[in-house]
Write a protein that binds this ligand. Structure first.
Ligand code: WTA
Length: 677
């Protein structure tokens, strides 16, 4: 614990020395058209009006039955919103838009290969496709409300179609990021007890058609070994009717969706009215211990929150073209490519591939072709685009009125490039701070109301009341200029309900730290611990400094250090593994891996490579380490704990501080020579 605290203070101290940046103001044109311009919204959503203020968001949706209780706290801290209400997410994202907008594009699908055509799926077509696939899920796969299904889909239009088909039946989908390995998929199949896996045979990534079907085979084999048999694998084909993957189909288990769909032509399935608090989906996220946490999101509360924030923060209007460049396999894609935008009848872009393929101008050409005017991405993508084509955006004739940054802190320098070059000085930017767990935004400026400040997310969202607590639980006053643990005082409808199958871990991870009375049924007693460190400026804007636990944020994706270390230990030769984050210009952070071998085993480059390869197979390429350092011994405290802080300092070439209290201080110099020479 002691060593963790040192990391916390030093990280916070670095950040607090940053200068506060000056304001940037949205243009008059932007404000004139914004969906929310009334500063009174903050009063309407004040704690005095909590929780009833959230009626405003719920009323953006169509309900079969209106709720009787806005917020039920009887099972604290598992909050229930809109209790008694009945709703269907698929109905709200599709059916209800048909009367006025059936000809409107719901999804613009952009394939990665340049020679392939864009696909424009209208709301009517989406309705047809969702219905037919729903019928297949119900009648062929035998799925019903409450069942869990694992999806391991790439960025194809079939992914939102699949999600909406599940939602239509009340089936809980659990989409695993397409770039994750078969092993990672297996773990999630087992944890959620899915007996159906929905996948695709292949997809394009940087010009290569990848064999994705092979991951399904690995996932099913490993899941079965761990006690969860998958009886059906439904495979969408990248090119319907054509084999794109050399991996054979397993007889009696694997089925091509497009073959089966022929039997469901013209089928229509009434959406199932679900209780507001029925789970809509699971989204697994890395924690500090090896096992990923299945964040369970509700139907009514979640949908109300993402619809409201899509309208007021993303500022999407019916005539806009909205492109969020995230992957649907992450929460950003669920909330702000699929559910939020479709709930408010937007046209949303789904791009299959890499934004820099085949060149630095690709993203801007897509924006130009589709006349995208609202753009949403992460600092890691912004850094990559800036690195390879700093002057590229100016070459293309697109105009963004609004842009988002999400997923990690953005350096003011990068923010300014985004504003000046990508936004051409015209776009209003929102820096949205939130988490997989929170379903939607926690802090952001409201684009038509608050000025922007590079590097700061902004104030808490209407109805979200953040506070910064020190280690003793004392509140740091606004403008204190000190970093602390940022918490949210109150529940909100988008918050996750629990960790799937592990309520104790949910309470322990997110609430135990600052809850004074574990028996309390009052929400006031349960501040939500976000796990981030932050400072609050005098103007009430929050600047997020990063995680206080040991999760590494690589390119905006959270990787548990423990997950990577456990993967390294799969190699028989490895005795100990320690992962530390290294600053990286583009990705934000990259893992650096330190390894101590079992006695008698020789270090070699081949072995280092094998360990890195193992991590890629176990977790996925995203977890690939910058470097695997095979060291003679780990620096350790006298109680035997690996001093990650010291390793982190060596990797980042900063002062490692006092090491004289270590059990083996002499090792530090030799590791330093190895790494820094
Ligand atoms: C970080 C992504 C600074 C933060 C939506 C959080 C941010 C973690 C921001 C959640 C931001 C997210 N500024 N940091 N605007 N947005 N983070 O679950 O550390 O993938 O706790 O959700 O990313 O990552 P997750």
């Amino acid at each position: 614990m002691a060593e963790k605290e040192v990391v916390e203070t030093s990280e916070a101290q670095i950040a607090v020395h940053w200068q506060e940046e000056g304001y940037y103001y949205p243009s008059y044109e932007f404000v004139a058209q914004a969906n929310m311009t009334d500063p009174g919204v903050y009063d309407r959503f004040s704690l005095d009006n909590f929780p009833n203020c959230f009626k405003e968001y719920a009323d953006l949706l169509d309900w079969y039955e209106y709720w009787d209780t806005m917020l039920d706290t009887s099972d604290a801290p598992c909050w229930k919103w809109f209790v008694g209400g009945k709703i269907n997410a698929s109905y709200n994202c599709v059916d209800r838009h048909l009367a006025k907008n059936k000809n409107k594009a719901a999804i613009h699908f952009v394939p990665e290969p340049l020679e392939e055509k864009y696909e424009h799926i209208t709301y009517q077509e989406l309705y047809v496709k969702v219905n037919e696939f729903t019928a297949l899920l119900r009648d062929f796969a035998g799925l019903k409300a409450g069942d869990r299904v694992t999806l391991h889909m790439p960025m194809l239009a079939e992914l939102p179609i699949t999600m909406l088909a599940c939602a239509r039946l009340g089936v809980i989908h659990s989409q695993v990021f397409g770039g994750f390995s078969g092993r990672a998929c297996a773990d999630r199949i087992v944890d959620s007890n899915s007996r159906v896996l929905i996948t695709a045979d292949a997809y394009y990534r940087s010009g290569t058609l990848l064999d994705h079907k092979q991951n399904a085979d690995i996932a099913c084999d490993l899941a079965e070994k761990d006690g969860q048999k998958v009886d059906k694998v439904l495979v969408w084909q990248r090119y319907p009717g054509k084999a794109s993957s050399p991996t054979p189909m397993v007889e009696g288990r694997d089925y091509f969706v497009n073959d089966l769909l022929k039997d469901y032509y013209g089928a229509r399935v009434d959406p199932v009215p679900m209780p507001a608090e029925a789970p809509l989906f699971l989204m697994y996220t890395s924690g500090t211990t090896g096992k990923p946490k299945g964040c369970q999101h509700s139907t009514g509360g979640y949908l109300a929150y993402v619809a409201g924030t899509s309208k007021y923060v993303q500022d999407i209007h019916p005539e806009d073209v909205y492109w969020c460049m995230a992957d649907i396999g992450w929460i950003t894609g669920h909330s702000y490519i699929v559910y939020g935008p479709l709930a408010i009848c937007a046209s949303t872009v789904v791009y299959e591939g890499v934004p820099t393929f085949p060149d630095a101008g690709r993203a801007w050409r897509i924006a130009q072709d589709l006349d995208v005017n609202i753009f949403h991405t992460a600092p890691t993508a912004i850094r990559a685009l800036r690195k390879i084509g700093p002057d590229e955006p100016a070459k293309y004739n697109y105009h963004f009125k609004h842009m988002t940054t999400v997923g990690e802190p953005i350096e003011p320098e990068v923010w300014k490039w985004y504003h000046k070059e990508v936004g051409k000085g015209e776009a209003t930017i929102v820096d949205t701070w939130w988490q997989t767990e929170t379903g939607g935004f926690l802090a952001s400026t409201l684009p038509g109301i608050n000025p922007m400040k590079p590097g700061s997310a902004g104030p808490g969202m209407p109805g979200i009341h953040p506070i910064i607590l020190d280690d003793e639980g004392e509140m740091l006053p606004q403008g204190a200029g000190k970093a602390g643990n940022i918490c949210i005082r109150n529940p909100w409808p988008g918050g996750f309900q629990t960790i799937w199958g592990d309520r104790d871990r949910f309470v322990e991870t997110y609430y135990a730290r600052y809850c004074k009375d574990p028996n309390s049924k009052k929400w006031e007693d349960w501040p939500y611990l976000t796990g981030d460190a932050a400072v609050e400026a005098e103007d009430g804007y929050f600047r997020i400094l990063g995680r206080i636990d040991d999760v590494i944020n690589v390119s905006g994706h959270r990787l548990g250090t423990k997950e990577i270390e456990s993967a390294a230990l799969v190699c028989q030769e490895v005795a100990e593994a320690a992962v530390v984050p290294v600053n990286h210009e583009i990705k934000g952070k990259e893992p650096d891996l330190y390894i101590a071998l079992k006695p008698g085993i020789e270090a070699s480059d081949e072995l280092a490579q094998k360990i890195n390869d193992t991590i890629c197979t176990e977790i996925g390429k995203i977890a690939k380490c910058r470097k695997v350092w095979i060291v003679p011994d780990m620096p350790k405290t006298r109680s035997g704990k690996i001093m990650r802080r010291v390793l982190g300092a060596i990797s980042n070439e900063i002062d490692e501080g006092d090491v004289t209290t270590l059990a083996n201080p002499e090792i530090v110099a030799s590791i330093k020579t190895m790494v820094q020479s």
